[in-house]
Design a protein around this ligand. Sequence first.
Ligand code: COA
Length: 373
Amino acid sequence: MPYAHITGWGVAIPENILTNAEIAQMVDTNDEWIRSRTGIEERRIAATDESTASLAAQAAFDALEVANLSPADVDLIIVSTSSPEHIFPATAALVQDQIGATKAGAFDLSAACTGFIYALNMGAQAVRSGSIKNALIIGAETLSRLTNWEDRNTCILFGDGAGAFVLQASEKPGGVLSAVMRADGSGGDLLSVPAGGSKLPTSEQTLHEKLHFIQMNGREVFRFATRVMAQATREVVKMSGFELDEIDWVIPHQANRRIIEKAASNLKLPLEKFIINVERFGNTSTASIPMATAEALGKAQIKPGDKIVFVGFGAGLTWGALSVEWTGPLAEPEAPLVWPYRFEKLYSIYARFRSAALRVIRTIEGFVWGRKG
Ligand code: COA
């Protein structure tokens, strides 16, 4: 049975920074309150020409470059998101088209901030079963578009961004070791976007009541988060056959510094073992774990062989953890980059041309077929 290794990583971080001071000009809050209750100092907001799919595609392309794997070799794309481009089609299918992953299946996964852990586990299981070799696992959000910028309970928390991992099959032991995935739908109302789905379709009234925006019971979510973080971490470490003190890094969902501190204290682990960057990006939901991982890799904090636990929680309610023995790229370091990364501009023209050509062919086929009928 092959192992599922994380061999590439990438991020897409919007340039536009929104500081606490700027939010304080929009709602009744202040920098000191936000910092002390959440640890957040600033977050990124997607520009009007950026979207969940465009951020996801950028992160995915960078992750594939690290793995030196051509988009044409990707078998499966999973995009975890709570701010999909549309109800359907899946954002993952749009990413497939944008990066030219010609033979990949693609679907979205909705498990809110826990989604990246669920998606990574699903991708790893597909790799381990032998049914696929290469998968792209992406967490991408533009939550700023679902945020009520008049609601100080929520607008201080969220930010935009994307992160992606490449999973590859190899006979070499390591990679994804174990995972726990949990849910408790009885707490669904604690964090939700009530309208815009099939239960409450868009209407004048839903718009008037601002039901298309994130609604949250912060205190209850806080209580839930501090309980499940330590619990899921313990469970996943036990499943992987390690002891807690053998874990090199915990990479938690970046929702709130206080929640992470509480989890560290519950686990009796030093906070230094936790990767934290919530102060600069806020809560980017499902994108936060791959974004924090990529940043830690950029600082050379994580090394091949390190034992890592990813742990997250969020709307659903959902929570989960996944343990990994870190691998890094399987490609030989001296191997030349495959052509999409040597000629990036040319490749992006090719991918766009391919997409446009498929539309033209579909139009011509439709015309010919219509005449026959
Ligand atoms: N600025 C200033 N005051 C604020 C405020 C803001 N942005 N938001 C709320 N307040 C006020 C409240 O109105 C309340 O005032 P009151 O006592 O007069 O009623 C007071 O601050 C305390 O509110 P409370 O909700 O108890 O604050 P808290 O310490 O629980 O912090 C959160 C609020 C949202 C920061 C915290 O509950 C939290 O982080 N929860 C988890 C949220 C989360 O992570 N969600 C995503 C999960 S993936």
